[in-house]
Ligand binder design. Sequence first.
Ligand code: SF4
Length: 248
Amino acid sequence: MTDDIYTFKVLRYDAKEPEKEAAFSSYRVRVIPGLTVLTVLLRIRDELDGTLAFRSSCRAATCGSCAMVINGKPGLACRTQVAPFESRTIVLEPLPNFEIIRDLVVDMAPFWNMYERISPYLIRHSPAPEKEIIQSPEDRKRIDQFVNCILCACCYGACEVMRREPDYVGPAAFAKLQRFMLDSRDERPDRFLESVNNGQGLWGCDTLLRCIDACPKEVRPTDAIVGLRKSLVKYRIKRAFGMDGHED
Ligand code: SF4
């Protein structure tokens, strides 16, 4: 039987040897149903080629570290099974819109820098309660979708705006910003949105929805961006009529 033998073509590049162009290495691996792309990569590294570089950790679609492009589409290697692919050739490439460090490992620093820009933590002004800050199940439901973001950066890799505008804040950061703006425990004022009221911020998105297609956790970053735009416009209208409670 040869129909369970797949060819894995993996893009190889080493930023320490920039004189060598990126090129594919091919590996033939026998695949059984249920095997994921990550399992195959681990096997290739253990048994065929110890020089192959990729990131992975939890193997359970929770840490987001094994994001890569699989047959042209960003996804998590740990949650992508091989057998359902019709083609017996699987092409693996690093996420686009990032500098490659080596093979499938990219430099995530720009992603984390943009994430930091939205202050991704609860901002409060009220005195801290003695115990936890209570949140009702209804209020928790409002942020469910955005809490699910595992910061894998698949959406960054799929984003057309990131391709031409590296300073764009990007879909994941906006999904997280909406998560905090909607969180009943967060007390940041609406004027926080002024920090992303520009072409590299909320108005940079072309609403092509590619981030939604790419997200392995069913987060909808474009919805977050549209929601944040609405909140910003409402805040601006209130401010124009002196109804925003702003006391600068
Ligand atoms: Fe990954 Fe989805 Fe979060 Fe983007 S929004 S970082 S694709 S989990």
